[in-house]
Design a protein around this ligand. Sequence first.
Ligand SMILES: [Zn+2]
Length: 290
Amino acid sequence: MNLLTFDIEDWYHPNLAEIGSAKDIEPEDRVVEPTLRIIKMLERTNNKATFFVLGEVAEKFPELVQEMIRKGHEVASHGYRHNLVYNYTKYQFETDIEQSVEILEKAINQKVIGYRAPSWSLNRSTTWAWKVLHSFGFKYDSSLYPFKTFLYGDDTSPRFDYTIQIEDGKTLKEIPPSAVEVFGSRMPFAGGFFLRVTPLWYVRWCISHYNKQGKPAVIYLHPWEIDLEQPRLALSAKERFIMYANLRNTERKLFQIMKKYDFTSIRDYFAFDRDSKKTKTAKFMGQETA
Ligand SMILES: [Zn+2]
Protein backbone atom coordinates (compact mmCIF):
# COMPACT_ATOMS: atom_id res chain seq x y z
CA MET A 1 0.00 0.00 0.00
CA ASN A 2 1.21 3.50 -0.88
CA LEU A 3 0.10 7.06 -0.21
CA LEU A 4 -1.13 9.40 -2.90
CA THR A 5 -1.45 13.09 -2.08
CA PHE A 6 -2.52 16.15 -4.08
CA ASP A 7 -2.00 19.80 -3.19
CA ILE A 8 -5.14 21.48 -4.49
CA GLU A 9 -4.28 24.98 -5.66
CA ASP A 10 -4.55 26.91 -8.90
CA TRP A 11 -1.94 27.64 -11.58
CA TYR A 12 -1.23 31.10 -10.14
CA HIS A 13 -0.63 29.98 -6.53
CA PRO A 14 2.93 28.53 -6.57
CA ASN A 15 5.39 30.96 -5.00
CA LEU A 16 8.38 30.37 -7.21
CA ALA A 17 8.69 34.07 -7.94
CA GLU A 18 6.99 37.32 -7.09
CA ILE A 19 4.02 36.86 -9.38
CA GLY A 20 2.29 40.05 -8.36
CA SER A 21 1.23 40.77 -11.91
CA ALA A 22 -0.80 37.56 -12.09
CA LYS A 23 -2.44 38.21 -8.74
CA ASP A 24 -3.38 41.81 -9.55
CA ILE A 25 -5.56 41.00 -12.56
CA GLU A 26 -8.03 38.55 -10.95
CA PRO A 27 -6.61 35.44 -12.61
CA GLU A 28 -8.87 32.89 -14.20
CA ASP A 29 -9.73 29.95 -11.91
CA ARG A 30 -8.89 26.61 -13.54
CA VAL A 31 -8.47 24.24 -10.58
CA VAL A 32 -11.83 22.45 -10.67
CA GLU A 33 -11.55 20.65 -14.01
CA PRO A 34 -8.12 18.97 -13.55
CA THR A 35 -9.04 18.08 -9.95
CA LEU A 36 -12.22 16.35 -11.13
CA ARG A 37 -10.10 14.46 -13.67
CA ILE A 38 -7.85 13.28 -10.82
CA ILE A 39 -10.90 12.16 -8.82
CA LYS A 40 -12.15 10.22 -11.88
CA MET A 41 -8.77 8.52 -12.36
CA LEU A 42 -8.78 7.49 -8.71
CA GLU A 43 -12.23 6.01 -9.12
CA ARG A 44 -11.27 4.10 -12.28
CA THR A 45 -8.22 2.61 -10.59
CA ASN A 46 -10.02 2.00 -7.31
CA ASN A 47 -7.63 4.13 -5.26
CA LYS A 48 -8.03 6.62 -2.45
CA ALA A 49 -5.97 9.77 -1.81
CA THR A 50 -5.38 12.68 0.54
CA PHE A 51 -6.20 16.13 -0.88
CA PHE A 52 -4.41 19.02 0.83
CA VAL A 53 -6.80 21.78 -0.21
CA LEU A 54 -5.88 25.46 -0.11
CA GLY A 55 -8.43 27.50 1.88
CA GLU A 56 -8.85 30.02 -0.94
CA VAL A 57 -9.86 27.16 -3.26
CA ALA A 58 -12.24 25.50 -0.77
CA GLU A 59 -13.89 28.85 -0.10
CA LYS A 60 -14.65 29.36 -3.80
CA PHE A 61 -15.46 25.74 -4.61
CA PRO A 62 -16.92 23.96 -1.57
CA GLU A 63 -18.71 21.46 -3.85
CA LEU A 64 -15.31 20.29 -5.17
CA VAL A 65 -14.21 19.49 -1.61
CA GLN A 66 -17.52 17.74 -0.93
CA GLU A 67 -16.99 15.59 -4.03
CA MET A 68 -13.66 14.37 -2.57
CA ILE A 69 -15.44 13.28 0.61
CA ARG A 70 -18.28 11.66 -1.34
CA LYS A 71 -15.74 9.49 -3.18
CA GLY A 72 -14.10 8.40 0.08
CA HIS A 73 -10.95 10.53 -0.01
CA GLU A 74 -9.37 12.51 2.78
CA VAL A 75 -9.53 16.30 2.81
CA ALA A 76 -6.63 17.97 4.63
CA SER A 77 -5.26 21.52 4.84
CA HIS A 78 -2.76 23.29 2.57
CA GLY A 79 -3.24 26.51 4.58
CA TYR A 80 -5.61 29.34 3.72
CA ARG A 81 -3.32 31.45 1.54
CA HIS A 82 -0.38 30.02 -0.39
CA ASN A 83 2.13 31.93 1.73
CA LEU A 84 5.47 30.65 3.00
CA VAL A 85 5.27 29.55 6.64
CA TYR A 86 8.82 30.77 7.47
CA ASN A 87 7.78 34.29 6.44
CA TYR A 88 4.82 34.26 8.84
CA THR A 89 4.83 35.30 12.48
CA LYS A 90 3.28 32.72 14.80
CA TYR A 91 0.18 34.91 15.04
CA GLN A 92 -0.15 35.23 11.26
CA PHE A 93 0.22 31.46 10.91
CA GLU A 94 -2.47 30.89 13.55
CA THR A 95 -4.84 33.17 11.67
CA ASP A 96 -4.13 31.38 8.40
CA ILE A 97 -4.70 27.93 9.94
CA GLU A 98 -7.85 29.05 11.73
CA GLN A 99 -9.36 30.31 8.46
CA SER A 100 -8.32 27.17 6.60
CA VAL A 101 -9.80 24.82 9.22
CA GLU A 102 -13.02 26.81 9.45
CA ILE A 103 -13.62 26.77 5.70
CA LEU A 104 -12.72 23.10 5.21
CA GLU A 105 -14.67 21.78 8.19
CA LYS A 106 -17.71 23.81 7.23
CA ALA A 107 -17.56 22.34 3.71
CA ILE A 108 -17.02 18.69 4.67
CA ASN A 109 -18.61 18.53 8.12
CA GLN A 110 -15.65 16.48 9.40
CA LYS A 111 -12.52 17.23 11.38
CA VAL A 112 -9.38 18.08 9.43
CA ILE A 113 -6.32 16.35 10.90
CA GLY A 114 -3.56 16.77 8.30
CA TYR A 115 -1.50 19.73 7.08
CA ARG A 116 0.98 20.39 4.29
CA ALA A 117 2.75 23.75 4.09
CA PRO A 118 2.78 25.74 0.84
CA SER A 119 6.08 25.08 -1.00
CA TRP A 120 7.36 22.80 1.83
CA SER A 121 7.98 25.98 3.85
CA LEU A 122 7.58 24.45 7.31
CA ASN A 123 11.01 23.43 8.58
CA ARG A 124 13.27 23.22 11.63
CA SER A 125 13.29 27.01 11.96
CA THR A 126 9.51 27.09 12.40
CA THR A 127 9.04 24.71 15.36
CA TRP A 128 6.33 27.08 16.68
CA ALA A 129 4.21 26.02 13.71
CA TRP A 130 3.93 22.47 15.12
CA LYS A 131 2.52 23.90 18.35
CA VAL A 132 -0.07 25.83 16.38
CA LEU A 133 -1.04 22.77 14.35
CA HIS A 134 -1.36 20.67 17.50
CA SER A 135 -3.50 23.32 19.21
CA PHE A 136 -5.94 23.16 16.29
CA GLY A 137 -6.24 19.39 16.65
CA PHE A 138 -4.03 18.33 13.76
CA LYS A 139 -2.65 14.79 14.04
CA TYR A 140 -0.04 14.95 11.30
CA ASP A 141 2.07 17.19 9.12
CA SER A 142 3.50 16.37 5.69
CA SER A 143 5.81 19.30 4.99
CA LEU A 144 9.42 18.31 5.72
CA TYR A 145 11.02 17.51 2.39
CA PRO A 146 13.91 15.06 2.90
CA PHE A 147 15.93 16.33 -0.07
CA LYS A 148 17.68 19.68 -0.40
CA THR A 149 16.69 21.77 -3.40
CA PHE A 150 17.55 25.41 -4.03
CA LEU A 151 14.15 26.41 -2.63
CA TYR A 152 13.36 23.98 0.17
CA GLY A 153 14.19 20.68 1.82
CA ASP A 154 16.85 19.14 4.04
CA ASP A 155 19.03 16.11 3.27
CA THR A 156 19.32 15.23 6.98
CA SER A 157 15.55 15.11 7.54
CA PRO A 158 14.15 11.56 8.04
CA ARG A 159 12.82 9.86 4.90
CA PHE A 160 10.16 7.75 6.63
CA ASP A 161 7.27 8.71 8.90
CA TYR A 162 8.24 9.65 12.46
CA THR A 163 6.80 11.32 15.51
CA ILE A 164 7.69 14.88 16.48
CA GLN A 165 7.75 15.63 20.21
CA ILE A 166 6.43 19.14 20.64
CA GLU A 167 6.28 19.77 24.40
CA ASP A 168 4.63 18.28 27.51
CA GLY A 169 4.15 14.93 25.82
CA LYS A 170 2.31 16.47 22.88
CA THR A 171 3.19 14.92 19.56
CA LEU A 172 2.57 15.30 15.87
CA LYS A 173 3.20 12.66 13.23
CA GLU A 174 5.42 13.74 10.33
CA ILE A 175 4.82 12.05 7.00
CA PRO A 176 7.48 13.30 4.57
CA PRO A 177 7.24 12.96 0.79
CA SER A 178 9.46 10.14 -0.44
CA ALA A 179 13.09 10.29 -1.63
CA VAL A 180 15.32 7.26 -2.17
CA GLU A 181 18.82 6.89 -0.77
CA VAL A 182 21.37 5.15 -2.96
CA PHE A 183 25.04 4.88 -1.93
CA GLY A 184 24.51 7.60 0.65
CA SER A 185 22.96 10.07 -1.80
CA ARG A 186 19.35 11.12 -1.75
CA MET A 187 17.32 11.29 -4.91
CA PRO A 188 13.81 12.69 -5.20
CA PHE A 189 11.19 11.11 -7.45
CA ALA A 190 7.89 11.34 -5.64
CA GLY A 191 6.18 14.37 -7.08
CA GLY A 192 6.04 17.71 -8.81
CA PHE A 193 8.97 18.51 -11.11
CA PHE A 194 10.81 15.30 -10.16
CA LEU A 195 7.90 13.02 -10.98
CA ARG A 196 7.31 14.85 -14.27
CA VAL A 197 10.89 14.68 -15.55
CA THR A 198 11.98 11.22 -14.39
CA PRO A 199 11.08 8.19 -16.53
CA LEU A 200 8.24 5.95 -15.41
CA TRP A 201 10.54 2.93 -14.88
CA TYR A 202 12.59 4.97 -12.42
CA VAL A 203 9.51 6.10 -10.48
CA ARG A 204 8.36 2.47 -10.33
CA TRP A 205 11.79 1.31 -9.14
CA CYS A 206 11.68 3.94 -6.35
CA ILE A 207 8.17 2.98 -5.22
CA SER A 208 9.12 -0.70 -5.16
CA HIS A 209 12.30 0.19 -3.27
CA TYR A 210 10.14 1.78 -0.55
CA ASN A 211 7.76 -1.15 -0.48
CA LYS A 212 10.61 -3.66 -0.13
CA GLN A 213 11.56 -1.82 3.05
CA GLY A 214 8.00 -2.24 4.28
CA LYS A 215 7.22 1.45 3.80
CA PRO A 216 4.60 3.24 1.73
CA ALA A 217 5.89 5.64 -0.91
CA VAL A 218 4.39 9.12 -0.45
CA ILE A 219 3.59 10.58 -3.88
CA TYR A 220 2.38 14.15 -4.51
CA LEU A 221 1.13 16.21 -7.45
CA HIS A 222 -0.86 19.38 -8.24
CA PRO A 223 -3.88 19.71 -10.53
CA TRP A 224 -2.09 22.38 -12.61
CA GLU A 225 0.53 19.75 -13.48
CA ILE A 226 -2.01 18.07 -15.76
CA ASP A 227 -3.49 21.33 -17.12
CA LEU A 228 -1.81 21.90 -20.49
CA GLU A 229 -3.82 25.01 -21.35
CA GLN A 230 -2.96 27.03 -18.24
CA PRO A 231 -1.61 30.56 -18.80
CA ARG A 232 2.15 30.71 -18.32
CA LEU A 233 3.54 32.85 -15.52
CA ALA A 234 6.32 35.35 -16.15
CA LEU A 235 9.23 33.46 -14.63
CA SER A 236 12.98 33.14 -15.11
CA ALA A 237 14.11 30.40 -17.53
CA LYS A 238 15.05 28.12 -14.63
CA GLU A 239 11.75 28.61 -12.84
CA ARG A 240 9.81 28.17 -16.04
CA PHE A 241 11.51 24.83 -16.57
CA ILE A 242 10.72 23.71 -12.99
CA MET A 243 7.10 24.79 -13.31
CA TYR A 244 6.22 23.49 -16.77
CA ALA A 245 8.67 20.71 -17.75
CA ASN A 246 6.88 17.70 -19.19
CA LEU A 247 3.30 18.67 -18.30
CA ARG A 248 2.29 16.87 -21.48
CA ASN A 249 3.12 13.37 -20.20
CA THR A 250 2.22 13.80 -16.56
CA GLU A 251 -1.43 12.74 -16.60
CA ARG A 252 -0.60 9.53 -18.46
CA LYS A 253 2.27 8.82 -16.08
CA LEU A 254 0.05 9.42 -13.05
CA PHE A 255 -2.57 7.06 -14.44
CA GLN A 256 0.05 4.34 -15.06
CA ILE A 257 1.23 4.67 -11.47
CA MET A 258 -2.35 4.53 -10.18
CA LYS A 259 -2.99 1.36 -12.19
CA LYS A 260 0.20 -0.38 -11.04
CA TYR A 261 0.05 0.32 -7.28
CA ASP A 262 -2.54 0.41 -4.51
CA PHE A 263 -3.00 3.81 -2.88
CA THR A 264 -4.89 5.00 0.13
CA SER A 265 -5.20 8.23 2.13
CA ILE A 266 -2.84 9.16 4.95
CA ARG A 267 -5.75 9.17 7.40
CA ASP A 268 -6.75 5.60 6.56
CA TYR A 269 -3.20 4.24 6.33
CA PHE A 270 -2.25 5.41 9.80
CA ALA A 271 -5.74 4.75 11.19
CA PHE A 272 -5.64 8.11 12.99
CA ASP A 273 -9.31 8.00 13.85
CA ARG A 274 -9.25 4.55 15.36
CA ASP A 275 -6.11 4.71 17.48
CA SER A 276 -4.01 7.84 17.47
CA LYS A 277 -1.73 6.60 20.27
CA LYS A 278 -0.51 3.59 18.35
CA THR A 279 2.50 5.24 16.75
CA LYS A 280 5.96 4.84 18.24
CA THR A 281 7.78 8.01 19.18
CA ALA A 282 11.29 9.07 18.25
CA LYS A 283 13.33 11.89 19.73
CA PHE A 284 12.49 15.43 18.64
CA MET A 285 13.47 15.56 14.96
CA GLY A 286 15.26 12.33 15.74
CA GLN A 287 15.69 8.99 14.09
CA GLU A 288 13.28 7.34 11.77
CA THR A 289 11.01 4.87 13.52
CA ALA A 290 11.06 1.34 12.20
ZN1 LIG B 1 1.13 24.36 -2.85
